[in-house]
Design a binder for this molecule. Structure first.
Ligand code: HEC
Length: 165
């Protein structure tokens, strides 16, 4: 783990506990998602609070990006095809960060992960539900033209602009 904070130690502990099939009673995790915790939290951290300069905070940000149809489409492309290219989040550039493709997950699981992060406030606590990502919408993006991780980065710039988010 790049950041030896109490939170990432908690994340490591939870990952180990979940792998062993045991319970994970992390005080830090206010609201849980099986798909996110298993596939995304090792980078984005429990509660999707991120690591500045390395892994973008999704909590409190994705819900805003998802408030437009173009924003939702961008987010669906990110989880399906990954992303590569510098982005600036919380005033800090993430240089050389690579978001892997999660095309191996089902449309249902991808929708669940996106709905989870869209529902979180900046502190990683449950804030609101929706706008809702539907498995059918993920399926439509999957059936369309695949993008490279760099093309997804260009889609981000076209959708959100270069400004801080
Ligand atoms: C191996 C580490 C890693 C894993 C695992 C990972 N991500 Fe990411 N994610 C990143 C990085 C790094 C970026 C920023 C990429 C860049 O700078 O181009 C990112 C970017 C994103 C973004 C775009 C944020 C923005 O500001 O535009 C979303 C949404 C996202 N990830 C969601 C997820 C979800 C959902 C999962 C689990 C299904 C996941 N990530 C798993 C590393 C990861």
């Amino acid at each position: 783990m790049p950041n030896p904070s109490a939170r990432s130690l908690t994340g490591l502990w939870c990952t180990a506990a979940l792998l062993l099939g045991g319970p994970c009673s992390a005080a830090a995790a206010a609201h849980r998602s099986a798909v996110f915790d298993a596939n995304c939290s090792m980078c984005h951290q429990l509660g999707a609070v991120g690591v500045p300069g390395q892994f973008p905070r999704l909590a409190g940000r994705v819900g805003k990006i998802a408030s437009t149809a173009a924003g939702r489409s961008y987010l669906e492309h990110v989880v399906l095809y990954g992303m590569m290219g510098t982005i600036t989040v919380d005033g800090t550039a993430i240089v050389g960060g690579v978001m892997p493709s999660f095309a191996s997950l089902s449309n249902k699981d991808l929708a669940a992960a996106l709905n989870y992060v869209a529902s979180l406030d900046a502190a990683g606590k449950l804030h609101w539900k929706g706008p809702v990502f539907k498995p059918a919408a993920i399926a439509r993006v999957r059936a369309g033209k695949p993008l490279s991780p760099r093309q997804v980065h260009r889609l981000r710039t076209a959708t959100l602009g270069k400004g801080k988010r």
